[in-house]
Structures are given as structure tokens and as C-alpha cells.
Design a protein around this ligand. Structure first.
Ligand code: NAD
Length: 480
């Protein structure tokens, strides 16, 4: 089914409106390179209004009971499910991923909302035994205040929904700076919350100049909490600014996930599973498997199965049936990828497949595999964020762990082995926020999701996630 791609406005104080100076940006379909719509581009005056609105929204929302917040959020999740088909089409048009992947993202977002809605009812404090019989002492969890969230274009809904749901569940208001490249699907997500009954002012949505907007909100006195998903370079800048203003922050940054394949595993099954995972969303995934480390004795088998799988993938416009891999989300990723792969080949890597743009309309890129890449090559050290797999060899478990831990990145990690001894070692010794062994088990609402070291801090999933939006207050009362 075909729908109409909508223009996107700013949401300020419950009203969808143009920027006060009427400025807009073009939205481009990455599968056709055509302009498909416009997104409003906020001025400083718009941002100030948004900040003041979420300030008032916080005063309102923090006094809505957690049971009421839970009911509104569950309703938003159901509305999102009902609208999944249309929103998936919108997302595919603006972001490029195949419709099936867009649908999964939206339905998974509804599950995230349900999870945080339930968490709203469990923000327990503690009663603490006092040293005197006439003293009562306890702690309560209170919402931290208005939140500013900055989210990228690779998962236009998923990246917003974790921050939005965590904040709302805790009783915080939130201003979201969603991606200018993919503005309409986050707006549709937020519309579901509004239609479910979230009051005006509790959520604001803005677009414009990312650096100007993040600088504005992080330094604004109304905002108490920052949550950013994006590159490590930008994350460090924003975290430093948040630190200067003593504001809590969550940083979900880049990764360079190692994949350790041991010779006792089912090599063909591992390779096939990893092909699907590597090229999902055209490799533009922070937890994308990137640095494959394969035990020497099974290296050739793994590479040949992986390359055959990569070459079978159907590349095309994501709105068409049967497409496995859509285009890159924006044109600038093409020269970025070309440069990384060229550098690896110059350093002595072997090209197994890919390394070419497909066609000249849209930003399609052939699934690429490079092998035996020297660790000095840029691609062994920088996040490729595209459809490129690097497959290198190792001999011993120790050697694999050393290479897995070589970088400052520490987001996702993957391994395949039948040995419980090796699996146990990897679980303890690979330095990453997440490790999934013999299957892909990351990013469910109920499990932790986050990185360490240069991949950031704070979890956006599991039972700890809501804490990012809460502060603990201690109260002690003497009976006089
Ligand atoms: P980029 O660093 O320019 O932008 C990445 C995202 O951050 C975009 O959505 C952008 O709008 C936002 N951004 C940039 N500067 C900002 C600022 N000062 N304040 C707030 N937001 C800001 O790079 P790009 O070309 O769009 O994407 C490529 C790189 O971005 C990748 O190599 C990858 O490392 C990173 N990225 C990471 C994720 C993730 O899920 N962690 C998602 C998208 C992009």
C-alpha cells in the first residue's frame, strides 16, 4: 500500500507548527535521491519556547500518578501498533531500510513503551531502619526534571522511544531533537503519545541545526538531563558540556563490535546468521558486527559461506517486496565508506566482494567483505557504519581476546563456540557493554543496552534504565 509522505512541523506546547521564521529543510528519499518533503527548522526563539514549554510540562506531568502515566503509555503503545503499517512506509521512504525491518522497529518500539510503562509503577524507594524508635527515614525516587534528547537517523523511532518512554515513565517532560534526515517517523511516534493523552507541553519535538540545538538545551537552565545517541566524537563534546553544567547524561555512542568465531562452532550457521545481522539496516547500526575474528582452521570456510550469503542479498528500494538491503541513509556515507575500504586495500587487505556504489540514483552500496586487514588500517580502528565486514584470523583464545579488547570502543560483542569454558571466559573478559554468544540476543526492552569506555555510559534497557531519569531523595522525620 502507498501512503502520502507528510511534511514535519515542530511540536511546541502541544501545537504542531512551522518555525517562527518559516525556515525548512528538504527531506530526501535515499532510494531515489528525490526530495519527498520538508521539515521545519527551529530558530533560537522556537527553541526557547520549547524549553519553557517542557518546563511547564514537567510541573504538570510529575504530579500525574505513576498509575495514570502507565495507562497513557500503554495506550500509546497500542496506537503505535495500530498505525505500524503506515509509519513503516514513512520510515522506509525517509530512511531507506526495507519495510519488513521498519515494521519490526515500530512493533519493537511498542514493546519498549509497554516495558517502561510497567516500570513507572515500580520506582520504589526504601524505608531505612532508624537509630531511634521515634525517627522515620526513607528514600523516594523523584523525576530528575525536563530532559533533552538527541537522536540519530539510523533507527528513527527506536532511538527516540527508549529516551521518550524512560523519561515519561519517570515523570519527566522531554524535548526531543530528532534527526533532520528522517523526521516524519519520530513525529508519528510522538503523535501516538499525544493521542493517548500525554498533556500539552510534556513532549516537544524540534529539528534544525544539531550543534546549535544541543548547545542551546544542554546549557539551558530548565533542562536537567541529557540523553544522546550518535558518534563518539560528538558524544564526548556533549558529555563535556553537560559536565560543565553539572547535568546528568546518558551517552549511547559508537561501536566496533568484535565477533569471535571458534573452530568448535557451527561455522555455516554462524556465517549465515552474521550475514543477516551485518547487513541489517545497511550496516548502519551501532551494535553491528564489524571486526570478525575467525579461528585459523575454519577461516576459509567461514569466509566463503559469508561471502556467498552477502552476494545473495537483494539490494533495492525498501518499499519493494523481497528487498534485503536498502540504500545508505545519506549520500555522505558513500565517500566515507569508499575511503575506509581504499585505505584497507592499500594497507594490504584482500577484497572478497563489494566495494562499489550500485547505480547513480539513490545511495545503494554493494555488501562488502574485506579479509586479512592489518590492524593499522583505519577500518580496524574507526566505526565503518555501513555494509562492510572485516574478517581476520586468530589462533588462540588469548589472542582473540586481546584483539577484541584492543580498541577503546566497548558496545556490543559477539561469539560462536560450543565450549562453555571459552564462553565463560568471553563473558568475563571481553570488554564490552553487551556480549551475545551463539545467537543474537541484544536490545530487548527487558535487557541492559549500553556501552562502556568510548561507547558511552548508561543503559537504555532493562530494570536499571529508568534510573537515568530519576534521582534519589532521602527524607528523615523525627516524631516531636
Ligand atoms: P554525524 O556525527 O555528523 O551525525 C550523527 C548524528 O548525530 C546525526 O543524527 C546528527 O544530527 C547528530 N549530531 C551531529 N552533531 C551533533 C551535535 N553537535 N549535537 C547533537 N547532535 C549532533 O555523522 P553522520 O554522518 O550523520 O553519521 C555517521 C556517524 O555517526 C557514524 O560513523 C556513527 O559513528 C555515528 N552514528 C551513530 C549512531 C548510533 O546509533 N550510535 C547512529 C547514527 C550515526
Amino acid at each position: 500500500m502507498t501512503y502520502t509522505y507528510p511534511d514535519t512541523k515542530l511540536l511546541i506546547d502541544g501545537i504542531w507548527r512551522d518555525a517562527e521564521n518559516g525556515r525548512t529543510l528538504d527531506v530526501i528519499n535515499p532510494a531515489t535521491s528525490e526530495i519527498i518533503g520538508q521539515v521545519a527548522y527551529a530558530s533560537k526563539a522556537d527553541l526557547e519556547e520549547a524549553a519553557l514549554a517542557v518546563g511547564r510540562g514537567f510541573d504538570l506531568w510529575k504530579n500525574v500518578s505513576s498509575f495514570e502515566r502507565y495507562k497513557i503509555m500503554r495506550q500509546a503503545a497500542n496506537i503505535l501498533r495500530e498505525r505500524a503499517e503506515k509509519i513503516a512506509w514513512i520510515m522506509t521512504c525517509e530512511q531507506g531500510k526495507p519495510l519488513a525491518q521498519a515494521r519490526i522497529e515500530i512493533l519493537a518500539a511498542a514493546d519498549v513503551i509497554d516495558w517502561f510503562a510497567e516500570e513507572a509503577r515500580r520506582t520504589y524507594g526504601q524505608t531505612i531502619p532508624a537509630r531511634s524508635a521515634d525517627v522515620l527515614q526513607y528514600s523516594v525516587k523523584l523525576p530528575v526534571g525536563p530532559v533533552a534528547a538527541f537522536t540519530p537517523w539510523n533507527f528513527p523511532i527506536n532511538q527516540v522511544v527508549r529516551k521518550l518512554s524512560g523519561a515519561l515513565a519517570a515523570g519527566c517532560s522531554i524535548v526531543v531533537k530528532a534527526p533532520e534526515e528522517t523526521p516524519a517517523s519520530p513525529a508519528a511516534l510522538i503523535q501516538a503519545f499525544i493521542d493517548a493523552g500525554v498533556p500539552a507541553g510534556v513532549i516537544a519535538l524540534v529539528y534544525g541545526d544539531p550543534a546549535e540545538i544541543s548547545n542551546f538545551f544542554i546549557t539551558h537552565p530548565v533542562i536537567e538531563k541529557i540523553s544522546f545517541t550518535g558518534s563518539t566524537v560528538i558524544g564526548k563534546q556533549l558529555a563535556a558540556l553537560a559536565g560543565q553544567h553539572m547535568k546528568k547524561s546518558t551517552m549511547e555512542l559508537g561501536g566496533h563490535a568484535p565477533v569471535l568465531v571458534f573452530d568448535d562452532s557451527d561455522i555455516e550457521a554462524a556465517a549465515n546468521l552474521m550475514v543477516a545481522s551485518k547487513y541489517r539496516n545497511c550496516g548502519q547500526v551501532c551494535v553491528s558486527p564489524t571486526r570478525f575474528l575467525v579461528q585459523d582452521s575454519v577461516y576459509d570456510r567461514f569466509v566463503s559461506t559469508f561471502v556467498a550469503g552477502a552476494q545473495k542479498l537483494k539490494i533495492g528500494n525498501g518499499v519493494e517486496e523481497g528487498v534485503d538491503v536498502g540504500p545508505l541513509a545519506n549520500e555522505r556515507r558513500i565517500p566515507a565508506l569508499n575511503a575506509l575500504i581504499a585505505d584497507a586495500l592499500t594497507a594490504g587487505a584482500k577484497l572478497h566482494c563489494g566495494y562499489e556504489r550500485i547505480g547513480n540514483k539513490g545511495y545503494f552500496y554493494a555488501p562488502t567483505v574485506v579479509g586479512d586487514v592489518p590492524i593499522t588500517a583505519r577500518i580496524m580502528n574507526e566505526e565503518p557504519f555501513g555494509p562492510v565486514a572485516v574478517i581476520n584470523r586468530f589462533k588462540t583464545v588469548d589472542e582473540a581476546i586481546v584483539e577484541a579488547n584492543r580498541l577503546r570502543y566497548g558496545l556490543a560483542s559477539y561469539a560462536f563456540t560450543r565450549s562453555t569454558t571459552i564462553a565463560h571466559r568471553l563473558g568475563l573478559e571481553v570488554k564490552a557493554g553487551m556480549m551475545t554468544i551463539n545467537h543474537i540476543g541484544l536490545a530487548l526492552p527487558e535487557v541492559p543496552f549500553g556501552g562502556i569506555k568510548d561507547s558511552g555510559y548508561g543503559t537504555e534497557g532493562g530494570s536499571e534504565a529508568i534510573n537515568a531519569y530519576l534521582e534519589t531523595k532521602f527524607v528523615t522525620i523525627a516524631n516531636i
